[in-house]
Design a protein around this ligand. Structure first.
Ligand code: ADP
Ligand code: TRP
Length: 337
């Protein structure tokens, strides 16, 4: 008997994050902060996309470390396992089964138009079949949990359109099984890096969220500025330090600092110290929480496993519908242990 799935109730919000190293301010203000806030708006499914990361990471130790790091980061920054289902992609292996099934309704031409595939090859990443079919696995991630809303950055929008295309084609061929998901564009914020370009790991210009003390000081003091001497007016509009400060300050604080800049009452050195103080204060609680969690890997593992179980139960319901729709036999229930 296929269990009935009703698509009523609060919207399902899903997003995946690749375990690709240390989070920086750009990741936080461009993505993570919004993921955390969305916990109040629906049922959130957030997962660590370790299968996807295999297209670029081929070192088991790096994969394990990065996966642990991103789990610690999200939990420290406010992901609440009581409100969101938080898990590793690979804890629900059925997603690879759905990826195969979706591949059979996916046109080669659709994947050939993927911009992110071309960009990755241009960067020197090997053009593996996995990298090419990456959007199919991403569609399976989204559809297997019957997601309604997928918060993503601009670079992922094409993958969402492909997901809509695959879901529509599947539904037309086999009957309506999948709700068609929509994307929610993360707030368009381009956090500048220490050199003024967009902050990005690939430019080596990041300020990491969980850096502190001397290393953080060194990074902040190294933010590029012009060579206006102390006592001269500074232009807040063109200053990276000012832009970064604005991420942490309210309007009154921003206006006061802008006035100090224009009046020549503050130099870049002091503005940088002010910024470091802001970063320290803003992330103090998250840092303390991260340190505490890092000492307790068993708790983190339990959270991920519990999340994995919940996610897998949802995925299994969808797969029962999918297998029936395409004429595959139901997978016999695992024997009770
Ligand atoms: P990176 O460029 O460092 O490799 P990713 O591509 O892994 O970062 O980005 C992960 C998420 O963080 C994406 O949703 C992306 O839109 C967001 N993000 C990354 N850098 C910035 C930035 N400088 N400003 C705003 N958002 C960013
Ligand atoms: N491709 C996404 C990225 O690189 C990560 C991802 C994998 C994802 N599966 C997803 C995002 C499903 C949203 C929904 O950022």
């Amino acid at each position: 008997m296929i269990k009935e799935i009703t698509d009523k109730g609060p919207p399902r919000i899903l997003s995946g994050v690749q375990p690709s190293g240390k989070l920086h301010l750009g990741n936080y203000f461009g993505a993570v902060k919004q993921h955390i806030a969305l916990q109040a708006e629906g049922v959130c499914f957030y997962f660590i996309a370790n299968y996807h990361a295999m297209t670029t990471i081929q070192d088991a130790a790096v994969m394990r470390d990065n996966t642990r790091d991103v789990a610690l980061d999200y939990l420290a920054l406010g992901l609440d396992p009581a409100r969101a289902v938080f898990f590793r992609q690979s804890d629900v292996p059925e997603v690879t089964e759905l990826a195969w099934i979706l591949a059979t309704v996916t046109n080669m031409g659709l994947l050939e138009r993927a911009v992110s595939f071309k960009e990755k090859i241009d960067k020197g990443i090997e053009a593996s079949v996995g990298l090419f079919t990456y959007p199919v696995l991403m569609a399976a991630d989204i559809l297997i949990y019957r997601s309604n809303i997928v918060p993503v950055g601009k670079d992922q929008v094409q993958h969402l359109e492909m997901t809509q295309d695959m879901a529509g084609k599947f539904n037309r061929a086999y009957g309506k099984v999948f709700p068609i998901p929509s994307f929610r564009l993360d707030k368009e914020s381009k956090v500048p890096g220490t050199d003024g370009q967009k902050m990005s790991k690939s430019y080596g210009n990041t300020i990491d969220i969980f850096a502190e003390g001397k290393p953080l000081e060194k990074t902040v003091m190294g933010i590029k500025t012009d060579s206006t001497p102390l006592g001269q007016p500074l232009d807040p509009e063109t200053c990276n330090v000012f832009a970064l400060h604005g991420l942490f300050a309210d309007d009154a604080e921003k206006a006061a600092l802008a006035a100090d800049y224009r009046a020549g009452r503050i130099g870049y050195g002091n503005a940088k110290k002010l910024l470091k103080g802001k970063i320290d204060a803003y992330f103090a609680e998250a840092r303390a929480k991260r340190k505490q969690l890092a000492k307790d890997p068993a708790t983190v593992e339990d959270i991920l496993r519990e999340g994995g179980k919940k996610a897998r139960a949802e995925a299994e319901k969808t797969m029962e519908l999918v297998r029936a729709a395409v004429g595959l036999p139901a997978v016999p229930a695992a024997p009770l242990q």
